[in-house]
Design a protein around this ligand. Structure first.
Ligand code: GLN
Length: 397
């Protein structure tokens, strides 16, 4: 181990550099089309940008309240009231964070004691395990396995993952990277375990609006009976408004859980960029037309990439939500996902994510690849053109 590696704390050394930074760097070095890190290559809506410019001009330049600018807290609470009929106290039950990534870290640091166990579904978003480790917790993973054209978990495996040390279940729906939208039936089953074993749920719902099938709507676990009082629901502006670099997120939950999250948030970032919070309040209040249009455009992009991947011989899992497609490449390539993604980037000029980094049991992810389709049509068309090179890779069996 060299001196630089040795200086990284024991807690974080196992996690290395996040795959998103690594693949984007590799994409740039190879002039590849970047379908790896999930960010749009088009701009967010003008009405939100204008609101940020106005907020800067109006002099909203000093620290915000640590729990958020009142206007934004109120806008988030109002949305919950309109959509779900739940009245929230905007000052006590809504906390604005620097993106959902900070909300994940703050909730882990605010809730988990050293030795406490946190149940994750694998594949999981890569920061989850790192945040559990930062809090001194222990991750227990329940696999989502391919089942037909989607992914599913086994209730017995979930029950077995819960021990007397379990404090939190970290859920993500719509799910990155599989695109799965957990059904109400599945959420009721998870809720049953959480109530029976007195567990807290952290529910990362950043893709809440990016759902494509009317028979698979997004359901918030916090709205199921007995669940609001034990759930922190996390979301953000980035995915819904194609503003991933603004880093405005939030957590909604009962006062006690919100206080736990805030106890860490105040020392992590103290508060989030003030003018962007003003703009976020405008975005949330006037979002409906914009979001409906974005969803229909994403649906077309999803279908375009799905068709191309199927034609190339990959087995796809059509996502009901998110802007990612998981595909099984084992009929096209014999190696593992890391070598597949490296060759795809270097030889064909298309970067994608090797999902094994999202698994504790790496072998469960080694024949999959994740593509992001939140890109301009011309970007996707060029990627599809380059992917035709896969035809020469076909495995001869
Ligand atoms: N959520 C995005 C993805 O899954 C990336 C986030 C990041 O780069 N930290 O691709």
């Amino acid at each position: 181990m060299n001196a630089a590696d040795a200086s990284v704390s024991d807690r974080l050394r196992p996690f290395g550099t996040t795959i998103f930074a690594e693949m984007t760097r590799l994409a740039m070095a190879n002039n590849a089309i970047n379908l790896s890190q999930g960010f749009p290559d088009f701009d967010g809506p003008d009405f939100v940008k204008e609101a940020a410019i106005e907020a800067i001009r109006a002099g909203h330049a000093q620290y915000a309240r640590t729990q958020g600018v009142p206007l934004l807290n109120q806008a988030i609470a109002k949305r919950w009231a309109e959509d779900l009929g739940i009245d929230l106290d905007p000052d006590e039950q809504v906390t604005v964070t620097s993106g959902c990534t900070e909300a994940i870290a703050a909730s882990m640091l605010g809730l988990v004691n050293p030795g406490d166990e946190v149940v994750l579904f694998e594949p999981y978003y890569d920061s989850y395990r790192a945040c559990v480790a930062m809090a001194g917790g222990v991750a227990r993973c329940v696999p989502l396995r391919p089942e037909g054209s989607t992914f599913a978990f086994d209730m017995d495996e979930l029950r077995r993952a819960v021990t007397p040390r379990t404090k939190v279940v970290l859920l993500n729906t719509p799910h990155n990277p599989t695109g799965k939208v957990f059904s109400e039936r599945e959420l009721l089953a998870i809720a049953g375990v959480c109530i029976e074993r007195n567990l807290i749920v952290i529910s990362d719902e950043v893709y809440e609006h990016l759902v494509y099938e009317s028979d698979q709507p997004h359901v918030r676990i916090a709205t199921l009976p007995g669940m609001f009082e034990r759930t922190l629901t996390l979301s953000s502006l980035g995915k819904t408004f194609s503003l991933t670099g603004w880093k405005v997120g939030w957590a909604v939950g009962p006062s006690g859980l919100s206080r736990a999250l805030r106890s860490a948030h105040q020392f992590l970032t103290f508060a989030t960029a003030t003018p962007l919070q003003h703009a976020a309040a405008v975005a949330i209040t006037r979002s409906d037309d914009y979001v409906a249009d974005l969803v229909s455009r994403f649906r077309q992009k999803r279908d375009m990439l799905l068709d191309a991947l199927i034609a190339l011989g990959l087995k796809v899992f059509p996502p009901a939500g998110t802007y990612f497609i998981m595909a099984d490449f084992s009929d096209v390539y014999d190696g593992d996902d890391i070598s597949f993604c490296r060759r795809l980037t270097e030889d064909l000029g298309v970067a994608a994510i090797p999902p094994s980094v999202f698994y504790q049991q790496k072998e469960l992810g080694q024949r999959f690849v994740r593509f992001a389709f939140c890109k301009k049509d011309e970007t996707l068309l060029e990627a599809i053109k380059r992917l035709q090179g896969l035809q020469a890779w076909k495995v001869r069996r």
